[in-house]
Design a binder for this molecule. Structure first.
Ligand code: ADP
Length: 481
């Protein structure tokens, strides 16, 4: 593997942690160490911030065309190294290679998209309220951005922030998740080759996130935080941002409902459920978590889903035939085991899987449960694993009430062939994103984000760029003379 970097990137310099500490990155399929990376602390965080602040002074003045060209070159380099990046991603994250290759393309898509959007960050001229004055609105970069990202999409969750930040003229300090820093470092190396100037993108690896991110949250130099991760950490960072009133983008947890109505195309519903529930071995914030199935179709759907899930090949992601890989770490496995144990203890029936996979380690058998109820832990919390729990309902009103009975509102899915119902239910669901007859809806061209406790702001689409821009209103007065 050629793209392994073992140092942090601060101000254009690849370096060790100031205190010299390192930590191990493990392959979740084997438990073996892949590499050691710097375990940075507050000193390194401050150095990265100073570098980003210095670089901002010149990067903000570069032309949109130049920024666009750098981002496009970076995306091209990602695609030229797609196989290397995918293998590294699979090694540290565990997802099947086909999914990793897909993530590289998806991640590069954000750089390309914002290379284009940045060239059209028009301000405006406003009809003035006075004859002797003219009004214009300028779009300006927010400033230095801090990005804190999760391990489930180690490339895409970063380019989704780098793309709009750089296109807008911002500079960025990034703290990747401790389980998956190698993809972030490889990405930064390609950025350097694409011509990203020193200090514009900085990557600080650590296994003590509170030390690094805490330094950024306290600093007035950081004008915006873009965070993707758990709702608990998001709330903590939201509180920490109050003292310096930072702009915030928060992409937090979900507890997505997926509804199968009696009138659904059953094959399409099974395919969509598999795709939504089992992508990345169930470890995405938009994975279906509660599968609500109408009474009349329930038993046929459950049997067809169990057959399809039972046929999923569980293997290390490096195996080209793998459909399901390992979970990311022991805590993730323990949560999945707790959810299944709790459901079974409260009366759920296991139609497929239901326990650790025979491969052992962090592998869990893809599971289908029926007889789920709202008292079970899986109904309340995101499982983040390969467990499809089926809840039986009668009628549209009950489905909508069940679907919305959660504090989060990221994505929701439903399957129906009735056009009027499609509109009605799409409008009634409390979610930032809705998939109708489709289980995978993420794309750089559409606004991604949640309502309720799933977060603030949108990523991707034209909305994604606005998050990194300020509107400055300028009035030209005294013009009548
Ligand atoms: P997950 O459960 O997906 O690991 P987390 O919210 O714990 O979700 O992690 C998402 C990101 O937030 C990671 O980069 C992690 O290092 C970071 N993080 C976790 N705890 C803190 C904290 N106290 N302060 C700042 N960042 C944190």
């Amino acid at each position: 593997m050629r793209l392994i970097e073992r140092q942090a990137l601060v101000g254009g310099v690849w370096q060790e942690a100031a205190e010299g500490r390192t930590f191990a990155v493990l392959n979740p399929a084997s438990g073996l160490e892949i590499a050691q990376v710097p375990d940075c602390g507050a000193v390194d965080a401050q150095a990265a911030l100073d570098a980003a602040d210095l670089a901002f002074k010149s990067w903000r003045k570069t032309t949109a065309a130049r920024r666009s060209a750098v981002l496009r070159r970076w995306a091209d380099l990602m695609l030229a190294h797609q196989e290397d990046l995918a293998r590294l991603l699979t090694a540290e994250q565990g997802k099947p290679l086909a999914e990793a290759r897909g993530e590289v393309a998806y991640a590069a898509g954000f750089l390309t998209w914002f290379a284009e959007e940045g060239r059209r960050a028009h301000g405006s001229v406003v009809p003035s309220h006075r004859g002797d004055a003219r009004i214009v609105v300028l779009k300006e970069p927010v400033g230095v951005v801090a990005a804190v990202t999760p391990w489930n999409f180690p490339l895409a969750m970063i380019t989704r922030k780098i793309g709009p930040a750089l296109a807008a003229g911002c500079t960025i300090v990034i703290k990747p998740a401790e389980d998956t820093p190698l993809s972030a470092l490889a990405l930064a190396r390609l950025g350097e080759a694409a011509g990203v100037p020193a200090g514009v993108v900085n990557v600080v690896t650590t296994r003590s996130p509170a030390d690094v991110v805490g330094a950024w949250m306290r600093s007035p130099l950081v004008r915006k935080l873009s965070f993707t991760g758990s709702t608990a950490t998001g709330k903590l960072l939201m509180r920490q941002s109050a003292d310096t009133v930072k702009r915030l983008s928060l992409e937090l947890g979900g507890n997505a409902p997926l509804i199968v109505f009696d009138d659904a195309d059953i094959e399409m519903a099974v395919r969509g459920t598999l795709a939504s529930k089992f992508r990345n071995t169930g470890q995405t914030c938009v994975c279906a978590n509660r599968i609500l199935v109408e009474d009349g179709i329930h038993d046929r759907f459950a049997a067809a889903l169990a057959a399809a899930v039972g046929a999923l090949k569980v293997a290390p992601g490096e195996d080209e035939a793998a459909a399901q890989g390992p979970l990311i770490n022991a805590a993730a496995l323990a949560k999945v085991e707790r959810h299944v144990g709790d459901a079974v203890a409260k009366g759920a029936i296991v139609l497929a899987g239901g326990a650790g996979h025979q491969r052992g380690g962090l592998f869990f058998a893809p599971t289908v449960l029926t007889g789920m109820t709202s008292e079970m832990a899986l109904a309340q919390e995101e499982t983040f694993g390969p467990v499809a729990g089926l809840f039986r309902f009668k009628g549209e009103a009950e489905a909508i009430a069940l679907a919305n009975a959660t504090e989060t509102g990221l994505s929701a899915y439903f399957f129906t062939r009735d056009l009027a119902r499609a509109w009605r239910v799409a409008e009634a669901l409390e979610a930032g994103m809705v998939g109708i007859n489709e289980g995978v809806i993420s794309t750089e061209v559409a606004p991604f984000g949640g309502i309720k406790q799933s977060g603030l702001g949108r990523e991707g689409a034209s909305e994604g760029l606005d998050e990194y821009l300020e509107s400055k209103y300028v009035l030209f007065g005294g013009l009548s003379a």
